[in-house]
Ligand binder design. Structure first.
Ligand code: HSE
Length: 441
Protein backbone atom coordinates (compact mmCIF):
# COMPACT_ATOMS: atom_id res chain seq x y z
CA UNK A 1 0.00 0.00 0.00
CA UNK A 2 1.45 3.34 -1.05
CA UNK A 3 2.20 6.09 1.47
CA UNK A 4 0.00 9.11 0.89
CA UNK A 5 1.26 12.67 0.81
CA UNK A 6 -0.97 15.68 1.36
CA UNK A 7 0.73 18.69 -0.19
CA UNK A 8 -0.18 22.09 1.23
CA UNK A 9 0.81 24.69 -1.37
CA UNK A 10 1.80 24.45 -5.02
CA UNK A 11 4.08 27.47 -5.40
CA UNK A 12 7.68 27.02 -6.52
CA UNK A 13 8.72 24.54 -3.83
CA UNK A 14 5.39 22.67 -3.96
CA UNK A 15 5.64 22.32 -7.74
CA UNK A 16 9.27 21.18 -7.48
CA UNK A 17 8.25 18.61 -4.87
CA UNK A 18 5.39 17.32 -7.05
CA UNK A 19 7.74 17.09 -10.02
CA UNK A 20 10.14 14.77 -8.16
CA UNK A 21 7.32 12.63 -6.75
CA UNK A 22 5.67 12.29 -10.17
CA UNK A 23 8.89 11.34 -11.94
CA UNK A 24 10.67 8.75 -9.77
CA UNK A 25 12.75 7.12 -12.56
CA UNK A 26 16.47 6.84 -11.68
CA UNK A 27 15.85 8.19 -8.19
CA UNK A 28 15.54 6.18 -4.94
CA UNK A 29 13.17 3.21 -5.50
CA UNK A 30 11.26 4.07 -2.33
CA UNK A 31 9.82 7.07 -4.20
CA UNK A 32 7.65 4.62 -6.14
CA UNK A 33 5.88 3.74 -2.90
CA UNK A 34 4.71 7.31 -2.46
CA UNK A 35 1.71 8.98 -3.98
CA UNK A 36 0.47 12.55 -3.95
CA UNK A 37 -3.01 12.14 -2.55
CA UNK A 38 -4.26 15.72 -2.28
CA UNK A 39 -2.89 19.16 -3.16
CA UNK A 40 -4.23 22.09 -1.16
CA UNK A 41 -4.18 25.46 -2.94
CA UNK A 42 -5.81 28.87 -2.53
CA UNK A 43 -7.18 29.05 -6.07
CA UNK A 44 -8.23 26.22 -8.36
CA UNK A 45 -8.05 28.44 -11.45
CA UNK A 46 -4.39 29.41 -11.37
CA UNK A 47 -2.27 27.91 -14.19
CA UNK A 48 0.26 25.41 -12.76
CA UNK A 49 3.83 24.63 -13.76
CA UNK A 50 3.32 20.94 -13.10
CA UNK A 51 0.69 18.65 -14.58
CA UNK A 52 -1.55 17.35 -11.82
CA UNK A 53 -4.95 15.67 -12.26
CA UNK A 54 -7.66 18.24 -11.38
CA UNK A 55 -9.37 15.95 -8.88
CA UNK A 56 -6.28 15.97 -6.60
CA UNK A 57 -6.79 19.68 -5.91
CA UNK A 58 -8.77 21.17 -3.10
CA UNK A 59 -9.00 24.59 -1.48
CA UNK A 60 -9.95 22.96 1.82
CA UNK A 61 -6.55 22.64 3.50
CA UNK A 62 -8.09 21.54 6.80
CA UNK A 63 -9.64 18.57 5.04
CA UNK A 64 -6.15 17.42 3.99
CA UNK A 65 -4.61 17.66 7.47
CA UNK A 66 -7.52 15.75 9.04
CA UNK A 67 -7.95 13.14 6.28
CA UNK A 68 -7.37 9.64 7.75
CA UNK A 69 -5.83 8.51 4.43
CA UNK A 70 -2.94 10.99 4.58
CA UNK A 71 0.35 9.75 6.10
CA UNK A 72 2.61 12.76 5.54
CA UNK A 73 1.60 16.43 5.31
CA UNK A 74 4.05 18.61 3.37
CA UNK A 75 3.64 22.27 4.30
CA UNK A 76 5.10 24.59 1.68
CA UNK A 77 2.65 27.49 1.85
CA UNK A 78 5.07 29.63 3.91
CA UNK A 79 4.17 32.48 6.29
CA UNK A 80 3.15 32.09 9.91
CA UNK A 81 -0.60 31.53 9.61
CA UNK A 82 -2.39 29.41 8.61
CA UNK A 83 0.82 27.32 8.32
CA UNK A 84 1.33 26.99 12.09
CA UNK A 85 -2.31 26.04 12.79
CA UNK A 86 -2.40 23.55 9.94
CA UNK A 87 0.82 21.90 11.12
CA UNK A 88 -0.53 21.61 14.68
CA UNK A 89 -3.86 20.26 13.48
CA UNK A 90 -2.12 17.70 11.25
CA UNK A 91 0.04 16.59 14.19
CA UNK A 92 -3.11 16.29 16.30
CA UNK A 93 -4.47 13.94 13.64
CA UNK A 94 -1.33 11.77 13.71
CA UNK A 95 0.24 13.04 10.48
CA UNK A 96 3.99 13.29 10.00
CA UNK A 97 5.12 16.72 8.84
CA UNK A 98 7.67 17.94 6.34
CA UNK A 99 8.04 21.70 6.17
CA UNK A 100 10.30 24.27 4.54
CA UNK A 101 8.93 26.95 6.87
CA UNK A 102 11.87 28.35 8.86
CA UNK A 103 9.79 31.24 10.21
CA UNK A 104 7.24 28.90 11.82
CA UNK A 105 9.87 26.46 13.13
CA UNK A 106 12.10 29.21 14.58
CA UNK A 107 9.12 30.83 16.37
CA UNK A 108 6.89 27.90 17.26
CA UNK A 109 9.32 24.95 17.24
CA UNK A 110 8.73 24.49 20.97
CA UNK A 111 4.97 24.09 20.56
CA UNK A 112 5.27 22.04 17.35
CA UNK A 113 7.93 19.56 18.51
CA UNK A 114 6.24 19.08 21.89
CA UNK A 115 2.96 18.29 20.12
CA UNK A 116 4.76 16.00 17.65
CA UNK A 117 6.49 14.03 20.40
CA UNK A 118 3.19 13.63 22.25
CA UNK A 119 1.52 12.36 19.07
CA UNK A 120 4.50 10.16 18.10
CA UNK A 121 5.04 11.82 14.72
CA UNK A 122 8.02 13.30 12.93
CA UNK A 123 8.46 16.94 11.95
CA UNK A 124 11.35 17.21 9.49
CA UNK A 125 12.75 20.55 8.37
CA UNK A 126 15.72 19.95 6.05
CA UNK A 127 14.39 22.48 3.51
CA UNK A 128 14.07 25.25 6.11
CA UNK A 129 17.83 25.95 6.18
CA UNK A 130 20.21 26.11 3.25
CA UNK A 131 17.67 25.12 0.55
CA UNK A 132 19.07 22.04 -1.16
CA UNK A 133 22.11 21.70 1.12
CA UNK A 134 21.78 18.70 3.42
CA UNK A 135 22.79 20.13 6.80
CA UNK A 136 19.94 19.31 9.20
CA UNK A 137 20.19 15.52 8.79
CA UNK A 138 24.01 15.56 9.09
CA UNK A 139 23.71 17.58 12.32
CA UNK A 140 21.13 15.13 13.67
CA UNK A 141 22.96 12.02 12.54
CA UNK A 142 26.49 11.81 11.16
CA UNK A 143 27.85 14.79 13.11
CA UNK A 144 25.90 14.17 16.30
CA UNK A 145 28.69 12.10 17.86
CA UNK A 146 30.86 15.21 17.87
CA UNK A 147 30.96 17.89 20.54
CA UNK A 148 30.05 20.89 18.41
CA UNK A 149 31.97 24.11 19.08
CA UNK A 150 30.56 26.36 16.38
CA UNK A 151 28.23 26.56 13.41
CA UNK A 152 28.97 29.50 11.12
CA UNK A 153 26.97 30.05 7.99
CA UNK A 154 26.21 32.18 5.00
CA UNK A 155 22.56 31.17 5.00
CA UNK A 156 20.89 33.96 3.03
CA UNK A 157 21.39 33.99 -0.71
CA UNK A 158 19.89 37.43 -1.32
CA UNK A 159 22.31 39.25 0.97
CA UNK A 160 25.24 37.19 -0.26
CA UNK A 161 24.35 38.16 -3.82
CA UNK A 162 24.14 41.86 -2.90
CA UNK A 163 27.42 41.86 -0.93
CA UNK A 164 29.21 39.93 -3.69
CA UNK A 165 28.10 42.47 -6.29
CA UNK A 166 29.01 45.40 -4.02
CA UNK A 167 32.46 43.86 -3.72
CA UNK A 168 32.92 43.23 -7.46
CA UNK A 169 31.41 46.49 -8.71
CA UNK A 170 32.23 48.84 -5.82
CA UNK A 171 28.52 49.70 -5.94
CA UNK A 172 26.30 51.13 -3.23
CA UNK A 173 23.84 48.98 -1.32
CA UNK A 174 20.70 50.81 -2.51
CA UNK A 175 21.61 50.64 -6.22
CA UNK A 176 22.53 46.96 -6.11
CA UNK A 177 19.45 46.06 -4.07
CA UNK A 178 17.26 47.81 -6.67
CA UNK A 179 19.00 45.92 -9.47
CA UNK A 180 18.71 42.61 -7.57
CA UNK A 181 14.96 43.25 -7.23
CA UNK A 182 14.70 43.99 -10.95
CA UNK A 183 16.51 40.73 -11.77
CA UNK A 184 14.43 38.68 -9.31
CA UNK A 185 17.29 37.98 -6.85
CA UNK A 186 15.63 40.03 -4.12
CA UNK A 187 11.97 40.19 -3.06
CA UNK A 188 9.86 43.29 -3.65
CA UNK A 189 9.83 43.57 0.16
CA UNK A 190 13.43 42.62 0.99
CA UNK A 191 13.17 43.29 4.75
CA UNK A 192 13.43 39.70 5.99
CA UNK A 193 16.57 39.14 3.93
CA UNK A 194 18.46 42.44 4.19
CA UNK A 195 17.67 42.97 7.88
CA UNK A 196 19.04 39.51 8.71
CA UNK A 197 15.72 38.13 10.01
CA UNK A 198 15.69 35.16 7.61
CA UNK A 199 19.26 34.29 8.65
CA UNK A 200 18.28 34.63 12.34
CA UNK A 201 15.46 32.08 11.89
CA UNK A 202 17.90 29.70 10.22
CA UNK A 203 20.69 29.98 12.80
CA UNK A 204 18.15 29.49 15.62
CA UNK A 205 17.21 26.16 13.99
CA UNK A 206 20.83 25.12 13.38
CA UNK A 207 21.90 26.12 16.90
CA UNK A 208 19.10 24.09 18.43
CA UNK A 209 20.25 20.97 16.58
CA UNK A 210 23.97 21.53 17.03
CA UNK A 211 23.77 22.27 20.75
CA UNK A 212 20.82 20.08 21.70
CA UNK A 213 18.47 22.66 23.22
CA UNK A 214 15.74 25.06 22.27
CA UNK A 215 16.58 28.62 21.27
CA UNK A 216 14.47 31.71 21.96
CA UNK A 217 14.46 33.64 18.70
CA UNK A 218 14.12 36.91 20.63
CA UNK A 219 17.58 36.23 22.14
CA UNK A 220 19.28 35.92 18.76
CA UNK A 221 21.15 39.16 18.03
CA UNK A 222 20.35 40.30 14.53
CA UNK A 223 21.85 43.04 12.38
CA UNK A 224 21.35 43.31 8.62
CA UNK A 225 23.50 44.62 5.76
CA UNK A 226 21.81 47.98 5.01
CA UNK A 227 24.58 49.97 6.67
CA UNK A 228 27.43 48.22 4.84
CA UNK A 229 28.89 50.75 2.41
CA UNK A 230 31.13 50.55 -0.64
CA UNK A 231 33.76 52.36 1.44
CA UNK A 232 33.73 49.60 4.08
CA UNK A 233 34.06 46.92 1.43
CA UNK A 234 37.03 48.75 -0.10
CA UNK A 235 38.75 49.23 3.30
CA UNK A 236 38.08 45.59 4.19
CA UNK A 237 39.73 44.52 0.95
CA UNK A 238 42.82 46.65 1.61
CA UNK A 239 43.08 45.06 5.04
CA UNK A 240 42.75 41.49 3.66
CA UNK A 241 39.07 40.84 4.41
CA UNK A 242 35.73 40.35 2.67
CA UNK A 243 32.41 41.37 4.23
CA UNK A 244 29.77 38.63 4.58
CA UNK A 245 26.50 38.38 6.46
CA UNK A 246 27.32 35.60 8.91
CA UNK A 247 24.96 33.62 11.10
CA UNK A 248 26.91 32.17 14.01
CA UNK A 249 26.19 29.88 16.91
CA UNK A 250 29.07 28.94 19.16
CA UNK A 251 29.82 27.88 22.65
CA UNK A 252 31.30 30.63 24.79
CA UNK A 253 34.80 30.04 26.03
CA UNK A 254 36.32 31.31 29.24
CA UNK A 255 38.64 34.20 28.23
CA UNK A 256 41.29 33.04 30.73
CA UNK A 257 41.28 29.21 30.66
CA UNK A 258 39.83 28.93 27.10
CA UNK A 259 37.56 26.20 28.50
CA UNK A 260 34.19 25.78 26.77
CA UNK A 261 31.27 27.11 28.80
CA UNK A 262 27.58 26.14 28.71
CA UNK A 263 26.30 29.47 27.35
CA UNK A 264 26.00 30.07 23.63
CA UNK A 265 26.45 33.04 21.36
CA UNK A 266 23.83 33.07 18.63
CA UNK A 267 24.02 36.05 16.32
CA UNK A 268 23.63 37.41 12.81
CA UNK A 269 25.62 40.39 11.57
CA UNK A 270 27.81 41.56 8.71
CA UNK A 271 31.35 40.42 9.46
CA UNK A 272 34.84 41.04 8.13
CA UNK A 273 36.18 37.61 7.19
CA UNK A 274 39.88 37.02 6.45
CA UNK A 275 40.35 36.24 2.74
CA UNK A 276 41.64 32.76 3.56
CA UNK A 277 38.60 31.77 5.68
CA UNK A 278 36.65 28.85 4.12
CA UNK A 279 33.48 30.99 3.90
CA UNK A 280 35.22 33.97 2.27
CA UNK A 281 34.97 32.55 -1.24
CA UNK A 282 31.26 31.64 -1.00
CA UNK A 283 29.78 34.15 -3.43
CA UNK A 284 26.61 35.13 -5.28
CA UNK A 285 23.43 33.38 -4.13
CA UNK A 286 25.28 30.36 -2.74
CA UNK A 287 25.02 29.32 0.89
CA UNK A 288 27.55 27.47 3.02
CA UNK A 289 27.60 26.23 6.58
CA UNK A 290 30.82 25.50 8.43
CA UNK A 291 30.49 23.11 11.37
CA UNK A 292 33.35 22.79 13.84
CA UNK A 293 33.46 20.05 16.43
CA UNK A 294 35.46 17.56 18.35
CA UNK A 295 36.91 15.29 17.09
CA UNK A 296 35.90 15.95 13.49
CA UNK A 297 37.45 19.41 13.10
CA UNK A 298 35.92 21.47 10.31
CA UNK A 299 33.25 20.31 7.85
CA UNK A 300 31.73 22.69 5.32
CA UNK A 301 28.45 22.25 3.45
CA UNK A 302 28.12 24.31 0.29
CA UNK A 303 25.43 24.61 -2.35
CA UNK A 304 22.28 26.30 -3.59
CA UNK A 305 20.51 27.84 -0.61
CA UNK A 306 17.18 28.43 -2.33
CA UNK A 307 15.25 27.79 -5.52
CA UNK A 308 12.51 25.43 -6.56
CA UNK A 309 14.58 22.35 -7.44
CA UNK A 310 17.12 22.44 -4.61
CA UNK A 311 14.51 23.14 -1.93
CA UNK A 312 12.24 20.43 -3.33
CA UNK A 313 15.18 18.00 -3.16
CA UNK A 314 15.41 18.69 0.59
CA UNK A 315 11.63 18.35 1.05
CA UNK A 316 11.49 15.01 -0.72
CA UNK A 317 14.52 13.68 1.18
CA UNK A 318 12.57 14.33 4.40
CA UNK A 319 9.48 12.58 3.01
CA UNK A 320 11.70 9.64 2.11
CA UNK A 321 13.19 9.47 5.62
CA UNK A 322 9.72 9.39 7.13
CA UNK A 323 8.50 6.76 4.70
CA UNK A 324 11.57 4.60 5.39
CA UNK A 325 10.79 4.77 9.13
CA UNK A 326 7.09 4.01 8.56
CA UNK A 327 7.91 1.13 6.25
CA UNK A 328 10.24 -0.44 8.82
CA UNK A 329 7.52 -0.13 11.42
CA UNK A 330 4.82 -1.56 9.15
CA UNK A 331 7.06 -4.54 8.43
CA UNK A 332 7.76 -5.10 12.13
CA UNK A 333 4.38 -4.80 13.80
CA UNK A 334 1.44 -2.87 12.45
CA UNK A 335 -0.54 -3.04 15.65
CA UNK A 336 1.82 -1.59 18.25
CA UNK A 337 2.46 2.17 18.42
CA UNK A 338 5.71 3.09 16.66
CA UNK A 339 8.58 4.45 18.73
CA UNK A 340 10.13 7.49 17.08
CA UNK A 341 13.60 7.03 15.65
CA UNK A 342 15.72 9.28 17.92
CA UNK A 343 17.98 10.22 15.01
CA UNK A 344 15.02 11.74 13.16
CA UNK A 345 12.86 13.10 15.98
CA UNK A 346 13.58 16.26 17.96
CA UNK A 347 13.30 15.74 21.70
CA UNK A 348 15.02 18.77 23.25
CA UNK A 349 13.33 19.90 26.43
CA UNK A 350 15.42 22.78 27.82
CA UNK A 351 16.27 26.22 26.49
CA UNK A 352 19.91 27.05 25.79
CA UNK A 353 21.35 29.97 27.72
CA UNK A 354 22.37 32.74 25.33
CA UNK A 355 25.08 35.21 26.39
CA UNK A 356 24.32 38.93 26.12
CA UNK A 357 26.16 40.70 23.30
CA UNK A 358 27.90 42.97 25.83
CA UNK A 359 29.90 39.92 26.95
CA UNK A 360 30.96 38.95 23.44
CA UNK A 361 34.71 38.84 22.86
CA UNK A 362 35.41 39.90 19.29
CA UNK A 363 37.62 41.96 17.05
CA UNK A 364 36.00 45.12 15.69
CA UNK A 365 36.34 47.33 12.63
CA UNK A 366 35.20 50.92 13.04
CA UNK A 367 35.23 53.80 10.54
CA UNK A 368 35.33 57.25 12.07
CA UNK A 369 34.97 60.63 10.34
CA UNK A 370 36.90 63.31 12.20
CA UNK A 371 38.43 66.75 11.74
CA UNK A 372 41.86 66.41 10.17
CA UNK A 373 43.96 67.96 12.94
CA UNK A 374 46.76 66.99 15.25
CA UNK A 375 46.02 64.78 18.23
CA UNK A 376 42.81 63.15 16.97
CA UNK A 377 44.28 59.67 16.45
CA UNK A 378 46.10 60.00 19.78
CA UNK A 379 42.81 60.88 21.49
CA UNK A 380 41.07 57.89 19.94
CA UNK A 381 43.90 55.57 21.02
CA UNK A 382 43.90 56.93 24.56
CA UNK A 383 40.15 56.53 24.89
CA UNK A 384 40.23 52.94 23.61
CA UNK A 385 43.09 52.27 26.04
CA UNK A 386 41.09 53.59 28.99
CA UNK A 387 38.33 51.13 28.14
CA UNK A 388 40.72 48.18 27.81
CA UNK A 389 40.33 48.08 24.02
CA UNK A 390 43.60 47.12 22.38
CA UNK A 391 44.13 48.38 18.81
CA UNK A 392 45.54 46.14 16.10
CA UNK A 393 45.75 48.73 13.30
CA UNK A 394 44.78 52.31 12.48
CA UNK A 395 44.70 53.71 8.95
CA UNK A 396 43.89 57.15 7.68
CA UNK A 397 43.97 57.02 3.92
CA UNK A 398 41.33 59.27 2.47
CA UNK A 399 38.98 62.13 3.10
CA UNK A 400 35.21 61.88 3.06
CA UNK A 401 33.03 65.02 3.00
CA UNK A 402 36.10 67.07 4.02
CA UNK A 403 36.59 64.88 7.06
CA UNK A 404 39.51 62.56 7.71
CA UNK A 405 38.41 58.95 7.40
CA UNK A 406 40.04 56.86 10.12
CA UNK A 407 39.65 53.10 10.21
CA UNK A 408 40.51 51.21 13.38
CA UNK A 409 40.72 47.43 13.77
CA UNK A 410 40.93 46.15 17.32
CA UNK A 411 42.35 43.01 18.87
CA UNK A 412 39.85 40.72 20.60
CA UNK A 413 38.04 42.89 23.13
CA UNK A 414 34.85 42.73 25.12
CA UNK A 415 31.93 44.26 23.20
CA UNK A 416 30.69 46.14 26.28
CA UNK A 417 34.09 47.86 26.70
CA UNK A 418 34.24 48.66 23.01
CA UNK A 419 30.75 50.19 22.98
CA UNK A 420 31.54 52.30 26.06
CA UNK A 421 34.67 53.62 24.34
CA UNK A 422 32.62 54.50 21.24
CA UNK A 423 30.02 56.35 23.30
CA UNK A 424 32.79 58.52 24.70
CA UNK A 425 34.45 58.98 21.31
CA UNK A 426 31.16 60.15 19.76
CA UNK A 427 31.12 63.02 22.26
CA UNK A 428 34.55 64.37 21.21
CA UNK A 429 34.21 67.72 19.42
CA UNK A 430 36.67 66.60 16.71
CA UNK A 431 34.48 63.60 15.80
CA UNK A 432 31.91 64.13 13.08
CA UNK A 433 30.38 60.65 12.98
CA UNK A 434 30.99 56.91 13.20
CA UNK A 435 29.35 55.63 10.02
CA UNK A 436 30.40 51.99 10.36
CA UNK A 437 30.97 49.47 13.07
CA UNK A 438 31.47 45.85 12.07
CA UNK A 439 32.71 42.72 13.81
CA UNK A 440 35.79 40.90 12.55
CA UNK A 441 36.15 37.12 12.64
N1 HSE B 1 15.17 34.39 1.01
C1 HSE B 1 16.10 33.35 1.25
C2 HSE B 1 17.48 33.73 0.72
C3 HSE B 1 15.75 32.04 0.60
O1 HSE B 1 17.64 34.78 0.11
O2 HSE B 1 18.39 32.95 0.94
C4 HSE B 1 14.76 31.27 1.37
O3 HSE B 1 15.26 30.89 2.62
Amino acid sequence: MAFKVGLLGLGNVGAGTAQILLDPAERHPLLRELEIYRVGVRSLDKPRAVEIPPDWFTTDLEAIVTDPQVDVVVEVIGGLEPARSLILKAIGHGKHIVTANKAVIARYGDEIFTAANESGVYVLVEAAVGGGIPVIQPLKQALSVNRIHAVTGIVNGTTNYILTRMQRERGDFDDILADAQRLGYAEADPTADVDGLDAADKIAILASLAFGGRIKLSEVYCEGICQVSAADIAYAERLGFVIKLLALAKRDTCPVSKEQLDQLQVRVHPTLLPNNHPLASVNDVYNAILVEGDPIGQVMFFGPGAGEGPTASAVVSDILNIVAALKTHRAADKNSPAALNPLLACTHQHYCEISPMSELISRFYVRVLAQDQSGVIGKLGTCFGWHDVSIESVVQIGMCDQMAEIVVVTHEVQEGNFQRALTEIRSFKEIDSIPSLLRVL
